[in-house]
Write a protein that binds this ligand. Structure first.
Ligand code: FAD
Ligand code: FES
Length: 512
């Protein structure tokens, strides 16, 4: 790619956000009482709010920032029940009954999105597409075969194939039919318009900072407004009351990178995922009379020191090898939370908090799982139960099976905690413009960033959540936490994650 279109100088920007308008919902100004308060305006919160309003509840959706600008505004937006090779593992780990619940919830979510689009006549580039997980390795063919059998047993239209249409050789692939893709922000901006009105509300720039337990729940915003609700739904990606132990030790954040490519060769009409690491995720998107190929991959745990530019470069190289690239107009990255056993937490927040619900840990499959969360939480509120509640139960006790993974992940987190604390950092203050790094200034670890005007920003790199040490993210110019995925701007302001407090600023300006 070289630098022919000034590619590397362009700021990262999600195509979904760039191609849709900004929303302009008010901030919440006055105390209010509603039947259900939903915190978070991504696909999960919006699906919950839409479905509950349809049942006649008066809802209020509170979004800290702008609608659908979080993970949902940065996704790949495949609508699929094909979550890599999940079904063989689910059957082994949870048993057939619960594996079937997972399959049914996700298949139902695909239909639900299609129904909502049809009923409301939403123009969101929704297209039916088969989904494939392909392998380039002989030794994985059997796993693909077994997964096709397991998924078929769960009632999914799944098959084993060697035909993918991809322009490079694959050994075998798992094919699911009846899957789809869409423009997530076009879909959600249409839904949000239906939510506001008739006693229901949508608020932006309205961050929930405190929850007084209920029911009824009393929720305080950063501006000091109080909203009372019989039902409270936490759809803030990471559960907002992030110091609660069961969630702190069971969720971790994983980042991936996406480039949007204009190419001479089109992608065959499917959605693709490589079975092996490094992952490669592919789908197309209508664009200016042609198409963009969305290529994602290069995942790693948030806050680990990696060269993000190298990650993008790897994706560009893959695209150039396979698709005759003309231009890469967009690139962006984002993160999603994973649970230790790989199944999201959707349902009652805890046994001590009736009528409080949570949905998180979608493991990069939140289009269907987030929609399924809407269906499950609606059913729990309206009918008292959901046919899929057991597999997603946030209070489930499946640690024995996943205990090894639990320790691996947390040892990794713990090592970041310790390593960060004792790191000597860099000594010199020779930062280039646009560069950020950890410095050792007078024996103390500080995060430094020099902006394009030469202004130096110094922050305390200790995360304000639970004290892990942050690392520099060169692609997004942010300070990222390896423990639970909190992210801060170079000025120390909170971007996302389970934190409320900004970083301590060490020194605002130093023109050296
Ligand atoms: C690279 C990548 C690719 C992916 N591709 C796919 C895919 O192809 N298919 C798929 O199914 N899934 C995919 N996913 C996963 C999917 O994008 C996410 O699971 C999903 O978007 C999460 O939605 P959400 O509504 O839970 O969170 P978000 O979209 O992050 O929404 C949460 C909202 O809560 C707000 N918020 C946070 N704190 C507060 C607070 N205190 N008060 C009020 N509001 C608050 C945030 O501002 C945010 O807008 C992908 C994920 C990644 C990382
Ligand atoms: S996000 Fe938990 S310690 Fe930083």
């Amino acid at each position: 790619m070289g630098n022919k279109q000034g590619f590397w100088e362009k700021p990262t920007q999600s195509y979904w956000i760039a191609s849709t308008g900004d929303t302009n919902y008010p901030g919440v100004k006055e105390n209010l009482k509603v039947d259900a308060l939903i915190a978070g305006g991504g696909i999960t919160g919006i699906s919950c709010a839409y479905l509950l309003k349809k049942e006649g509840l008066k809802v209020a959706l509170l979004e800290a920032d702008g609608i659908s600008k979080g993970a949902t505004g940065h996704t790949t937006a495949k609508i699929s029940s094909q979550h890599r090779l999940i079904y063989s593992r689910l059957i082994q780990q949870f048993g057939e009954e619960r594996a079937r619940q997972y399959a049914q919830a996700n298949e139902r979510a695909i239909l639900e999105i299609k129904n909502i689009v049809r009923e409301n006549n939403i123009d969101c580039d929704l297209m039916d597409r088969p989904a494939f997980v392909y392998t380039e390795k002989e030794e994985n063919i059997q796993r693909i075969e077994e997964e096709a059998g397991a998924a078929s047993d769960m009632g999914i239209k799944a098959s084993f194939t060697e035909e993918t249409g991809l322009p490079f050789p694959v050994k075998a692939a798992l094919r699911f039919d009846g899957q789809a893709q869409f423009h997530p922000r076009k879909y959600l901006l249409a839904l949000i318009e239906i939510i506001a009105g008739e006693g229901s509300h949508v608020f932006e720039d309205s961050k929930v900072v405190q929850v007084k337990e209920g029911p009824p729940y009393r929720v305080l915003t950063a501006e000091g407004v109080e909203i009372t609700a019989d039902h409270l739904i936490i759809a803030t990606h990471y559960p907002l009351t992030g110091r609660v132990l069961p969630y702190v030790v069971r969720l971790y954040a994983d980042r991936s990178y996406i480039i949007a490519v204009k190419a001479k060769k089109p992608l065959p009409p499917g959605m693709y995922l490589r079975a092996e690491y490094p992952g490669r995720s592919l789908r197309s998107q209508p664009f200016e009379g042609g198409e963009l190929i969305l290529l994602g991959g290069e995942n790693h745990k948030t806050g680990q020191e990696v060269s993000a530019l190298e990650r993008y470069q790897n994706l560009v190289s893959f695209a150039e090898e396979n698709f005759q690239v003309e231009e890469v107009p967009y690139r962006w990255s984002t993160q999603d939370y994973r649970t230790m056993d790989g199944v999201p937490f959707i349902g009652h927040y805890s046994s001590a908090t009736p009528q409080k619900y949570v949905a998180t840990g979608f493991g990069k499959w939140g289009m269907t799982n987030g929609t399924a969360a809407g269906l499950i939480i609606r059913d729990l509120i309206v009918k008292g139960k959901s046919p899929w509640q057991e597999v997603y139960d946030p209070m489930r006790k499946t640690f024995r099976q996943s205990i090894k993974r639990f320790f691996i992940e947390n040892l990794n987190v713990a090592s970041h905690f310790v390593k960060g604390k004792i790191s000597r950092g860099e000594k010199e203050l020779e930062l280039e413009k646009g560069q950020g790094k950890v410095l050792n200034i007078e024996g103390k670890r500080k995060g430094a960033y020099r902006d394009e005007d030469g202004k130096l920003y110094l922050v305390d790199t200790t995360c304000t959540h639970l004290g892990c040490e942050l690392n520099w993210n060169s692609a997004e110019k942010s300070w990222d936490c390896p423990c639970h995925g909190a992210r801060f701007t170079y000025k120390g302001e909170v971007i996302e994650g389970p934190v409320m407090k900004p970083l301590r600023v060490k020194m605002k300006k130093n023109p050296q």
